[in-house]
Design a protein around this ligand. Structure first.
Ligand code: BMA
Length: 872
């Protein structure tokens, strides 16, 4: 038997075991070789090969080769459509040693092929892959040669394969269309990320290639294939865990199995393995476990369990996995309002604050660890505790879930289906079943995984978007039966195979979708604001048990726009700006639909910005304003577990464009993200004007009461004079929302009027401000805002500098603009009361003097002069 160096299989990135005990010399009979070198690619059957990067895709290879230009720049995407309509080939050579050939098992494992790929080993076809989300594991022992072997992968263009399926179908399938490409429906037949075909925030770039690693795995004797640490019962006293292993063995053998944590054995068992697949269950008990909590409620302790299995004759394998110990339940109880949908973590109902997440790039190989760290770190920073991995993208990389585990972010994981009708023939169902088992097995040990959801909007689209009416009754019945097969049978059964106890949500939204289910049952997507042009105020009347989607668009800041466009593009109707705005109507014919929606709201709320640069600034303020109203309503309504979650659409972008995101493609926080950091705080003071009264609600996500807290309300004029004030000492009730202070608006405005004053509310405890909010009685457009003069001083501090801003008068949406990428501000787009100062921490490696040359500080009144023509 060949003994190779210890090859650690990890889900975690931090290896507790190694950190605690120092590197160990462990041998295992399983070896792994990455096939990532020497790759070449070519247009199918071309004579010339060029070098390729693996993992990667054909677009980034062509870009490296300078065959194409940056697809995100200006209109480049338009003339790159041929790439997706072409067949491509990839090839490499790798060496196989005599030693390896002596192993009893040798497999090639393809972790991600996009999408229809015929794989040839030494010119013999070994695989016809047809699902980018699956892992393909092929026994190649008999096909490998001593010395050099050739691996060639032929990628068929998806249209060629899908077209006959589409043409020969019994009935036509529908898909959400947001660009002018009718063939987007063809994609329903392939298991490939929906957004590759374009979405209402993303370009149409149909990739092909080896998008995840290829590994050659060899072993003799036995191999641990995977483990599931099933948490049977978790309390603060005891965690009862059943460690369930799948082990492949080549012969009948007995071995010692030891599971340890930080070098200390937790469970030891003698196991008897039979040839083939074995399931071994090891019960484990952990006394006084440190429980895993979501961001804001506690720590995220993670346990790395290391399992070693060793037979008498010295064969060894080991596996290391990191888990978090917690109990998690999705509560779906009938109650006085309908049927709940909330997370109970370690026995406590927890309100979910978060966002929807889309892939961070059209080209997955460009999403570095740093980019994951930035987006998920920003989610944590903005006090989120849940991220929804939306169904039109990808099952994310391991690093994504590792970071969610570390940051206390629960994951609402969609299965990859979105906004479409899908086929349900046996071959398709079997393909999906395998995809689901692969991915649930990969993800099930992460404490961050909260639930699996069958799809995004596949039912609402059928029942409420007019699709059902397109068909005769018999087809309607057939399709409804097909939909049930896929989302109520195949998928939940596949999930249960790998993770029997997790909650499965068949579709999002599940409530109010036009079928016969009640409105108050589970989650809703509320798009009355935006698509429905309803006023922001309507967010207040459209609160459901869990609002899993809603949002409002904005543009990236001007410095970001400059990166993908040139001066002549800087107006809304330019070809470039239109092309970077994908929210369209009438199958892509109405290019100005998205911008018109923005402008409808802009005109309702703000003065007309004087130029394009100010336009993008004001639109960010507009987005922040709208979503703030939504989140405050959702959080105010958490009393009695009525509304227990809010996930705005969307945290990130896959390319630079107008979209609903709170962080742009280049990683810059928009006004919305800064706003969410405040509005998602553990304590929120949320004012509401109702029936002549201004009411202060305090929402607390804390699990303990806060005694002796102070709530104060001040009426201020725009010069900073206090016209009225009231302070009360209160106990803030835990994990709920309550009304604490109420005043007649008439009394508040005795000495002033709605246009000239506002109410500032502050909640503090032990001299620490817990939440601060301002309530304006009129829309920004109708306020008598003075021109504010803002000055600043700066002093170097560790890691950057500190800016102290002073404003003589009320300044709204104070925006510190800079073109420097290496710069992160602790706050931006904030309000300043008249005659006050505010300190901002600026993280940067640059010198103050350098930044000072191009920093620009403006507030709302600088954005208009009455003659603006940016909004048309
Ligand atoms: C939701 C999402 C996406 C879409 C967004 C904005 O319904 O599920 O399909 O991008 O709306 O329109």
């Amino acid at each position: 038997m060949i003994k190779l160096k210890f090859n650690l299989l990890l889900t975690g990135i931090a290896v507790t075991m190694i950190a605690c005990n120092g590197p160990k010399e462990i041998v295992t009979s399983v070896s792994e070789m990455n096939i990532d070198k020497g790759w070449q690619y070519r247009k199918a059957n071309d004579s010339v090969w060029s070098s390729a990067s693996v993992p990667g895709n054909v677009h980034t290879d062509l870009l490296n080769d300078r065959v194409i230009e940056d697809p995100f720049y200006r209109l480049n995407e338009k003339n790159q459509q041929w790439i997706g309509e072409t067949d491509w080939e990839y090839e490499t050579r790798f060496e196989v040693s005599d030693q390896m050939l002596e192993e009893q098992n040798i497999n090639l494992v393809f972790e991600g092929l996009d999408t229809y790929a015929d794989v040839y080993l030494n010119e013999e076809k070994i695989l016809a892959a047809k699902n980018m989300f699956r892992t393909w594991d092929v026994d190649v022992r008999a096909k490998l040669k001593r010395g050099q072997n050739t691996l060639r992968i032929y990628f068929h263009n998806v249209f060629k394969i899908n077209r006959p399926k589409y043409d020969n179908a019994e009935y036509r399938l529908q898909a959400f269309r947001n660009n002018d490409q009718a063939d987007v429906k063809l994609n329903l037949y392939s298991r490939k990320a929906g957004f590759h075909y374009g979405w209402d925030w993303g370009p149409r770039l149909i990739t092909a290639g080896i998008w995840r690693p290829i590994k050659l795995k060899s072993w003799s004797d036995f191999k641990i294939d995977n483990v599931f640490y099933k948490q049977k019962k978790v309390t603060t006293e005891l965690a009862e865990i059943s460690a369930e292993f799948e082990i492949s063995s080549t012969s009948e053998t007995t071995a010692d199995m030891v599971i340890s944590h930080e070098g200390k054995p937790l469970a030891t068992q003698m196991v008897t393995l039979k040839p083939g697949a074995n399931t071994i269950v090891v019960p484990m008990k952990i006394e006084q476990p440190k429980l895993w909590w979501t961001n804001g409620l506690g720590e995220q302790p993670l346990y790395t369990f290391e399992t070693t299995i060793k037979s008498k004759d010295g064969a060894t394998d080991m596996m290391s996995k990191r888990i978090g110990i917690r109990s998690l339940e999705i509560v779906r109880d009938d109650d006085e309002f309908g049927k709940s949908l909330y997370v109970k973590l370690n026995g406590v109902p927890v309100f979910m604050k978060g966002a929807n997440y889309i892939p961070q790039d059209n080209f997955q190989n460009r999403v570095t660890k740093e980019r994951y760290e930035h987006i998920l770190g920003s989610a944590k920073e903005a006090n989120m505790n849940m991220i929804r991995v939306w169904g039109g993208g990808i099952y994310e990389e391991d690093i994504f879930y590792d970071l969610c585990d570390e940051k206390g972010l629960l994951v609402w994981q969609d299965i990859m289906f979105a906004c479409g009708m899908y086929p349900s023939d046996d071959d398709f169902l079997e393909n999906v079943r395998n995809e689901v088992v692969d991915n649930v097995t990969r993800l099930r040990n992460h404490p961050s995984i909260a639930l699996f959801c069958g799809n995004n909007e596949n039912e609402i689209s059928w029942y409420s978007w007019g699709w059902k009416e397109l068909y005769e009754e018999d087809v309607q019945k057939q399709y409804e039966a097909d939909l049930k097969k896929l989302f109520y049978k195949t998928i939940p059964n596949a999930i249960a195979e790998a993770h029997p106890d997790i909650y499965y949500h068949p579709t999002s939204p599940i409530a109010g979708i036009g079928d016969d289910r009640p409105k108050e049952d589970g989650d809703t997507h509320y798009w009355g604001v935006w698509h429905g042009k309803e006023p922001f105020k309507n967010f207040e009347e459209n609160v459901s048990r869990f609002v899993s989607e809603y949002g409002f668009q904005s543009y990236p800041e001007f410095a970001s726009i400059k990166k993908f466009s040139i001066k002549e593009d800087w107006f809304l109707e330019s070809d470039v700006m239109r092309s970077h705005q994908r929210c369209m109507a009438d199958e892509g014919k109405d290019l100005d639909y998205g911008n018109r929606l923005i402008n409808t709201y802009l005109e309702r709320n703000f003065n007309k910005p004087k130029d394009f640069e100010n336009y993008v600034y004001v639109v960010q303020a507009l987005q922040a304003k709208g979503v703030k109203i939504a989140v405050e309503s959702h959080r105010r309504n958490r009393t009695d577990n009525y509304c227990m979650g809010t996930l705005y659409w969307q945290i990130d972008d896959c390319w630079p464009a107008a979209s609903w995101s709170s962080i742009d493609y280049y990683g810059k926080w928009k006004a919305l993200h800064y706003q969410m950091k405040k509005t998602y705080g553990q304590i929120l003071v949320a004012p509401l004007e109702k029936e002549g009264k201004l009411i202060a609600y305090i929402v607390s996500d804390e699990l303990n009461p806060i005694e002796n807290a102070k709530i104060s309300a001040q009426v201020l004029d725009f010069e900073g004079n206090q016209l009225w004030s009231k302070t009360e000492t209160v106990t803030i009730a835990p994990n709920t929302s309550q009304e604490y202070l109420a005043a007649e608006v008439e009394d508040l405005l005795k000495e002033t009027d709605r246009k000239s004053a506002y109410v500032k509310m502050t909640v503090s405890s032990e001299n620490k401000v817990l939440s601060e909010n301002r309530y304006f009685f009129k829309k920004d457009r109708d306020l008598d805002l003075p021109k504010a003069n803002i000055t600043y001083t700066a002093k170097p501090v560790d890691g950057g500098f500190e800016m102290t801003l002073t404003s003589d008068k009320l300044a709204k949406y104070v925006y510190i603009a800079t073109e420097n990428d290496d710069l992160f501000l602790s706050d931006n787009y904030f309000d300043m009361d008249g005659g006050t100062t505010k300190v901002i921490k600026v993280e940067t490696k640059s010198e103050v003097a350098e930044i000072a040359t191009h920093i620009k500080i403006i507030s709302l009144t600088d954005s208009y002069d009455g003659n603006g023509d940016a909004v048309k």
